[in-house]
Design a protein. Structure first.
Lengths: 520, 487
C-alpha cells in the first residue's frame, strides 16, 4: 500500500483551490473557472490510484490516523480510509465534480468567484464524509456540506430559491442534530465498553442492548432518511432540485443524496443490526411507497426538472430496497444503483440545464420536435433516458435487476413485486416526457433557432455516456471490488442478530428529572 | 515587643482587579485633559491596561494555593476564576476596539466609557473569584452600577435612556432577590463563606425541610438568572439590548453573562452541591424555558439587535443545559462556550456597528439586503459569526454546544439534550434569515457610509480567528477549561 496520504491529498486539493481563488480577481471569470476545474481534476487524478491500489478485501484501506482533539472523556482522531463501499462513491464524487463545474461555464455569469468557492468547498465536505472513519469527523463533514449547498441554491437558484434553500437547510439540520445526540450517546456507551475514541470499528464490535438500539437507530435513520430522501420527508428535494442551478442539481442528485444511503450502509445498519432488522419492513414500505408515489407524481409534472427530481426519489427507493434486502445481490444492486443514479440522473440534470440555458424555460409544453433541430442532443438524451429507465445494456438495468433479485430472495418478496411495477412506471413517465420534448412537430417558433450541443457540452456528456455503457455491459470490475465489503457488512449485520447475548450493562434511556443516571 | 496580627493580605490574588481599577481611575483623571476628538487615545490606554492584566492572569495560572487565596478566604483566584477572567478581558478588549467608531458617529464621544468598561470588568472579576457571598455581591454591584451607566451612555438618545433606566430598575429589583437569598442562606448556615456553607451542610446533614436554606438558594438562583438573562427573568434583555449603545450591548451579552455564570456555578457547585437533587430540577426547567422562549421569540424579530438579544437568551439556555449536567464535561463546556460566545457575538455586533448609520435607524434584518454584494469580506465574517451562533461546524459554537449537550447526555439527561438540539435547529432559521438578506436579495442601499477603521478591523479579525481556530482545533482551550474546573 502506498505511504502517501492519498485520501487527504484528494480531499484537500479543492481546499487549496479555494485558497487560490480567494486571492484572485473576481472579474477574470475564465481564470476563476480554470482554477476551479483544475483543482477538481487534480482531485480526480489523485483518486485514480485508489482504484488501482485497492486490494479486494474487506479491510479499510489507505487509512490515515492522526490524533486531533483530546479533552476530558473525548478523543477525536482524524481517521480516514476507504473500503469497497466508499471506494466507488469517492470516485463518483471526484468524477462528477469537474463535469459539474465545467457545466457552469456559461450558466453562471455573476458572482463566479463565490460560486466556484462554494462548489469546491462542497467537494471537500462530500469527500470528507465518504472517507471518515471517525464518527465525529463524519458529523463535521456532514454538517459542513450544508453550508455551500445552501448558498448555491439560495444565491444562484431560480424564482423560489430562498424558500428552497432554507427548507433544504432546516430539514437536513433537524435530522442531523438528532443524529448528534445519538452519536454522543453512542460514544458514552463505547466508553463504558472500554473504547476510548470515535473510531467506527470500535462501535461495530460493541454490543448494544436492542431496546437502546431502537432509539439510536431511529435518530440515525431519520437523519439519513431526510437526505436519501425517503417518502414522507422527501418534500425538500423536488423544490431544492428545481430551484438549484444546474451544477447544484447535478451534485445534489449525483452525490449528496448518496450520503443518505451511504449513511444507512455504513452506520445505521452496521452499528445497530438488531434495530435495523426490526425496522426493515417499515423502511421497505417507505421505499416502495416512494417508488410508486414518486413515479406517479413524476408522470404529471409539467416541468422537466421537477420530473427528474421526482424520478430521483423513485430511484433512491430502489437503492433502499436493495440495501435492506441484506443479501449479496441486493446490496450490490443497491450500491451499483447509487452509482448509476449518480451518472444517469446527473446527466439528466445536465441535459435539462442545456435546454434551459438556451430557452430559459423547462416546461414540457414549450418544447416538441427538438430532435430535428438538435440531433446530437437527441441521441445523448435518449441514451441517458434509457439508462434512467434501466434498459438492458445500460447501467440502470444491472442495478435495478440485482436489487429486484436480491429483494425477491429476501424477506421482502411482496415489496419487490410492487416495486417492480415502478420499473414500468418509470418507463412511462420518462419516455412520455422524452416523446413530448423531442419528437413530433417543431411547433413552437422559438425552438427553431435552437443550436445543437457545442464542443464543451459534448465533452461534458461523453464521459457520462461512456460510463452508462461500460457499467451496463461490464459491471464486474465495479461489483468485484465491493463484494468483500458487502460480505463483511452482511456478516456484521446478521451475526449479532442470531447469536445475540445480553450485554453486561444496561443503560437507562429515559432518566427522571430528579434522579439522573450517570452514564459513566 | 508584640506584633500586631493582621489578616494575610495577598495582593497577588486580586492583582487583575487592582490593575484594572488603577487604570480606570488613572483614565478618569487623564480624561479631563484630553480634548474630545482625541478620546480614542483613552481607548488605546485602556487596551494596554487589559493586556497588562492579561499577563497577570497568565502568571496566576496554576499558582500555588497560598498565592490564590486572599482576605481571609473571601477571594480565591483559582484556575476557574482565571479562565473566566480571561473571558471578561476578551469581551472588554473587543468591546473597546469597536467603541470608538460608534461613539464618534453617535456624537457622544465621552472618555468615561473606557474607565467604566474597565470597572465593570473588575467587578466581573471579583464575582468570578469571590468565595464569599459578600464578595460576589460586591463584584456584582461594581459591575451592575457601571453597566447601568453604560446602557444609558448615549444620553441624547431616548432609547438609550430608556435602556439605562429599565436596566437600573429591574437590576436593582433582582439584586434585592439575590441579597435576600444570601441573607436567608446566612441565616440557615451561619456563614457567608461558600466553603463553610458546604461544610455546614455536610456536618449537619441536609434536610429537605430546611426551608430557609432552600428558599435562600432559590432566591439566589433568581438573582443570578436575571444576570444571565434566563427565562422567565429575561424581560429586560430585549429592550436594554436594543436601546443600549451597540458596543455596550455586545459587551453585556458576553461579559456579564459569563460573570453571572461564574458566580452561579461556584455557589451552586461548591456551596450547595448537597442540594443538587433539588436544584438540578430547577435548572432543568430554567434551561428548557430559556432556550425555547429565546429561540421562538427570536424567530419573529425584525430588528437585528433584538434578534441577537433573544438569541443571547437562548444561548444562556444552552449553557444551562451544561449546568444541569453539573459534571466535568458540561461545566467545562460552559467555560468554553462563554469564551466562544464572546468572540462570535461581539464579532456580530461589530458588523452591526459598522452597518449602522447615526442613530441606527437601519437596524432591521431587511436593511442588510445585498450587503454581500457591496462588502463581501464583511458579509463572510458576519456569516461565520452567525453560523457559529447557529452551532455549525467547524466553528467554536459547534464545539461548545457539543460539549454542553455531551455533558447532559453523560449525566443521563438525554431528553434535555434532545430539546436543546431541536432548539438549536430551530434557531438556524433566524440566523439564516440575515444571510438570506445579505446574499440573496438585491441591494437597496450602496452602504457608502460604511468605513472600516483599523480598530474595527482588528476586532473583527480577532473574532473570526477566535471562532475558527478553536472550531477546528479546540483541544488546547478545552484542556484549559478542563483544568479550570478541577477546583
Amino acid at each position: 500500500m502506498s505511504q502517501m496520504p492519498l485520501l487527504s491529498i484528494m480531499t484537500f486539493t479543492p481546499l487549496v483551490g479555494v485558497l487560490i481563488l480567494l486571492f484572485m480577481n473576481k472579474n477574470s471569470h475564465g481564470a476563476l473557472r480554470g482554477v476551479a476545474i483544475a483543482a477538481s481534476i487534480v482531485s480526480f487524478l489523485v483518486s485514480l490510484p485508489l482504484v488501482a491500489g485497492f486490494q479486494n478485501n474487506a479491510e479499510f484501506q489507505f487509512t490515515e490516523m492522526v490524533p486531533w482533539i483530546a479533552s476530558g472523556p473525548f478523543h477525536m482522531t482524524y481517521y480516514v480510509g476507504i473500503d469497497g463501499i466508499s471506494l466507488w462513491l469517492v470516485i463518483l464524487t471526484t468524477f462528477i465534480m469537474p463535469i459539474a463545474i465545467l457545466s457552469t461555464w456559461t450558466a453562471v455569469e455573476e458572482k463566479v468567484k463565490e460560486y466556484m468557492i462554494c462548489l469546491l468547498l462542497l467537494e471537500v465536505g462530500m469527500l470528507g464524509a465518504f472517507i471518515s472513519l471517525d464518527l465525529f469527523l463524519f458529523y463535521i463533514y456532514w454538517e459542513v456540506m450544508l453550508i455551500p449547498m445552501y448558498f448555491i441554491i439560495g444565491i444562484w437558484g431560480g424564482k423560489q430559491k430562498i424558500y428552497a434553500a432554507i427548507k433544504f437547510f432546516i430539514y437536513t439540520m433537524a435530522g442531523s442534530v438528532l443524529m448528534l445526540v445519538a452519536l454522543i450517546f453512542l460514544y458514552f456507551l463505547g466508553l463504558k465498553g472500554g473504547f476510548q475514541n470515535f473510531n467506527i470499528t470500535n462501535f461495530y464490535s460493541l454490543h448494544i442492548d436492542p431496546s437502546v438500539q431502537i432509539w439510536l437507530f431511529l435518530a440515525f435513520a431519520f437523519s439519513f432518511a431526510i437526505k436519501v430522501p425517503l417518502f414522507p420527508v422527501h418534500t425538500w428535494l423536488p423544490l431544492a432540485h428545481t430551484e438549484a442551478p444546474t451544477a447544484g442539481s447535478v451534485i445534489l442528485a449525483a452525490i449528496l443524496l448518496k450520503m443518505g444511503t451511504y449513511g444507512y450502509v455504513r452506520f445505521a445498519m452496521q452499528l445497530f443490526p438488531d434495530a435495523s432488522a426490526q425496522f426493515t419492513p417499515l423502511i421497505a414500505t417507505l421505499a416502495v411507497i416512494g417508488i410508486i408515489y414518486a413515479a406517479l407524481v413524476a408522470m404529471v409534472q409539467e416541468d422537466v426538472k421537477k420530473l427528474v427530481a421526482y424520478s430521483s426519489v423513485a430511484h433512491l427507493g430502489f437503492v433502499m430496497l436493495g440495501v435492506f434486502a441484506l443479501n449479496q445481490q441486493g446490496i450490490a444492486g443497491g450500491m451499483l444503483q447509487m452509482l448509476n443514479h449518480g451518472v444517469s440522473t446527473g446527466a439528466l440534470f445536465l441535459i435539462v440545464g442545456f435546454i434551459y440555458e438556451r430557452r430559459h424555460t423547462r416546461l414540457i409544453s414549450d418544447f416538441g420536435g427538438l430532435s430535428k433541430q438538435m440531433p446530437i442532443f437527441a441521441t445523448i438524451f435518449m441514451i441517458v433516458t434509457f439508462s434512467s429507465i434501466g434498459l438492458p445494456g445500460t447501467n440502470g438495468f444491472v442495478g435495478e435487476f440485482l436489487v429486484l433479485i436480491g429483494a425477491f430472495e429476501s424477506g421482502l418478496r411482496w415489496y419487490t413485486v410492487i416495486a417492480a411495477s415502478g420499473v414500468i412506471l418509470s418507463a412511462v413517465y420518462m419516455l412520455w416526457m422524452f416523446q413530448r420534448v423531442m419528437f413530433g412537430e417543431l411547433t413552437n417558433p422559438k425552438n427553431q433557432q435552437l443550436s445543437d450541443l457545442n464542443g464543451r457540452e459534448i465533452v461534458i456528456m461523453l464521459p457520462l455516456v461512456a460510463l452508462i455503457f461500460i457499467m451496463g455491459l461490464y459491471p464486474n470490475p465495479f461489483i468485484e471490488k465491493m463484494t468483500p465489503s458487502i460480505e463483511k457488512l452482511i456478516q456484521q449485520s446478521k451475526v449479532r442478530q442470531v447469536a445475540y447475548q445480553p450485554p453486561p450493562v444496561t443503560i437507562q434511556t429515559q432518566p427522571m428529572v430528579n434522579a439522573p443516571a450517570e452514564v459513566k | 515587643m508584640e506584633t500586631l496580627a493582621t489578616p494575610a493580605i495577598n495582593f497577588a490574588a486580586i492583582m487583575p482587579e487592582t490593575i484594572l481599577s488603577v487604570f480606570a481611575m488613572a483614565l478618569l483623571l487623564i480624561n479631563v485633559f484630553v480634548p474630545s476628538e482625541q478620546k480614542a487615545y483613552l481607548g488605546y490606554l485602556s487596551l494596554i491596561g487589559i493586556v497588562v492584566t492579561f499577563f497577570s492572569i497568565i502568571s496566576g495560572w496554576n499558582a500555588p494555593m497560598s498565592m490564590q487565596e486572599a482576605f481571609n478566604g473571601s477571594v480565591l483566584q483559582d484556575n476557574f476564576s482565571l479562565f473566566f477572567k480571561g473571558v471578561f478581558l476578551v469581551s472588554a478588549f473587543l468591546t473597546i476596539l469597536i467603541s470608538d467608531q460608534y461613539l464618534k458617529r453617535e456624537g457622544c464621544n465621552l472618555g468615561e466609557i473606557y474607565p467604566l468598561i474597565l470597572l465593570a470588568t473588575a467587578g466581573m472579576m471579583l464575582m468570578a473569584s469571590g468565595t464569599d457571598l459578600m464578595t460576589i455581591f460586591l463584584g456584582l454591584e461594581v459591575l451592575s452600577v457601571s453597566l447601568y451607566v453604560l446602557a444609558g451612555f448615549n444620553r441624547d438618545n431616548l432609547k438609550s435612556n430608556e435602556a439605562g433606566l429599565k436596566y437600573f430598575l429591574l437590576g436593582a429589583f433582582s439584586t434585592g432577590f439575590l441579597l435576600y437569598g444570601m441573607a436567608l442562606t446566612y441565616g440557615a448556615t451561619g456563614t457567608t463563606k461558600i466553603g463553610r456553607i458546604a461544610a455546614y451542610i455536610a456536618a449537619n446533614g441536609y434536610v429537605t425541610n430546611n426551608v430557609m436554606l432552600v428558599v435562600g438558594m432559590l432566591l439566589m438562583a433568581v438573582g443570578f438568572s436575571f444576570k444571565i438573562a434566563a427565562a422567565p427573568f429575561h424581560m429586560w434583555t430585549p429592550d436594554v439590548y436594543e436601546g443600549a449603545p451597540t458596543p455596550i450591548t455586545a459587551f453585556m451579552s458576553a461579559g456579564p453573562k459569563a460573570a453571572g455564570f461564574s458566580a452561579f456555578l461556584r455557589v451552586f457547585l461548591i456551596a450547595v452541591p448537597a442540594l443538587k437533587a433539588d436544584w438540578s430540577a430547577l435548572i432543568w426547567i430554567l434551561a428548557v424555558l430559556t432556550m425555547t422562549v429565546g429561540n421562538i421569540v427570536a424567530l419573529s424579530q425584525d430588528n437585528i439587535k433584538r434578534m441577537l438579544a433573544y438569541s443571547s437568551i437562548a444561548h444562556a439556555g444552552y449553557a444551562l443545559v451544561g449546568f444541569t449536567a453539573a459534571n466535568s464535561v458540561g461545566t467545562a463546556g460552559i467555560l468554553f462556550y462563554m469564551l466562544s460566545y464572546a468572540f462570535m457575538n461581539i464579532g456580530a455586533f461589530a458588523i452591526i456597528v459598522l452597518v449602522g448609520k447615526k442613530g441606527e435607524p437601519n437596524n432591521n434584518v431587511a436593511d442588510y439586503a445585498g450587503f454581500a454584494a457591496k462588502h463581501p469580506v464583511l458579509a463572510v465574517c458576519m456569516s461565520i459569526f452567525l453560523f457559529s451562533l447557529a452551532g455549525m461546524p467547524p466553528t467554536a459554537g459547534f464545539i461548545g454546544k457539543f460539549y454542553l449537550f455531551s455533558g447532559a447526555i453523560k449525566a443521563g439527561y438525554v431528553w434535555l439534550a434532545i430539546i436543546g438540539v431541536l432548539n438549536s435547529a430551530a434557531s438556524v432559521y433566524y440566523y439564516l434569515r440575515v444571510m438570506v438578506y445579505m446574499y440573496m436579495k438585491a441591494p437597496e442601499e450602496d452602504f457608502d457610509w460604511l468605513r472600516v477603521t483599523p480598530p474595527m478591523a482588528a476586532s473583527i479579525v480577532i473574532s473570526v480567528l477566535g471562532v475558527l481556530i478553536p472550531g477546528a482545533f479546540p483541544g488546547y482551550l478545552l484542556q484549559l477549561a478542563q483544568r479550570a474546573i478541577s477546583m
